[in-house]
Write a protein that binds this ligand. Structure first.
Ligand code: 6GU
Length: 229
């Protein structure tokens, strides 16, 4: 999978060089390319923002650098990429979104800062690919970078081969609409706290039933909204 990221803070994405995703880049499973939006400006100050038409607080990202960056990235590819703009005003990012996007061959992430990007950039991007505005949740970040880091991690680990043991992707929170069951390891008693005896019983049916019950109980308590769906 190819992933392009456009940002005015490209070094934030240095963290993608470590751990499982870093390994996937080394082995070629993920081809991640990070671009500095300011490289697509032509003035001495490398200006990427300007005051909003109609007035109001804050600054808006100018369309020209975005147009040049998108042309540079998408111009020579044969297939239309999915172009994601992280935005608190977008659709909600879920495990289903991550799964869907993990099937794409090319993702482009455009990280906005300030009060947002000139709206015409989204219209133009739609000529180059499938545009999605996606939010991580109902709170506001200063820019899209941290949100895109989270999205790339959630999507990247679903790309076949990135996570060594694919079975570890099955029994996870949100994969079956429920929260994950609690996990324990040795010692069987730690600081006076016992691991649930059923897990040491060797009875696989009883273990499975107990885990399912724990999933339901936790979900009921912490995330009743998931059960309502
Ligand atoms: Cl995707 N971007 C920003 N700036 N804030 C957010 C978000 C995204 N998701 C939640 N808050």
């Amino acid at each position: 999978m190819r992933i392009d990221v456009v940002s005015i803070f490209p070094t934030i994405f240095d963290a993608l060089e470590v751990s499982l995703l870093g390994k996937a880049r080394t082995t070629g499973l993920l081809d991640v390319r990070v671009h500095d939006l300011r490289d697509y400006t032509h003035d001495r100050h490398r200006t990427v923002d300007d005051t909003p038409y109609g007035g109001g607080a804050g600054m808006v990202m100018k369309p020209e650098p975005w147009g040049e960056a998108l042309d540079d990235i998408v111009g020579d590819v044969e297939r239309r990429p999915v172009i994601v703009f992280p935005s608190p005003a977008g659709e909600r990012f879920t495990q289903a979104t991550a799964r869907e996007l993990s099937a794409a061959s090319h993702l482009v992430f455009g990280c906005g800062r300030y009060e947002g990007i000139d709206e015409r950039v989204f219209d133009y991007a739609a000529e180059l690919g499938e545009v999605r505005l996606i939010s991580l949740g109902d709170y506001v970040l200063n820019g899209g970078e941290v949100a895109v880091m989270a999205m790339i991690e959630a999507i990247g680990r679903l790309v076949p081969g990135v996570v060594g043991n694919p079975e570890s992707l099955v029994e996870e929170s949100h994969e079956d609409g429920l929260l994950e069951y609690p996990s324990y390891t040795k010692p069987s008693v730690w600081r006076g706290r016992e691991a649930p005896p059923v897990l040491l019983s060797g009875n696989h049916g009883a273990v499975a039933a107990w885990r399912r019950e724990q999933q339901l109980e936790r979900t009921r308590e912490r995330r009743p909204d998931l059960l309502a769906d």
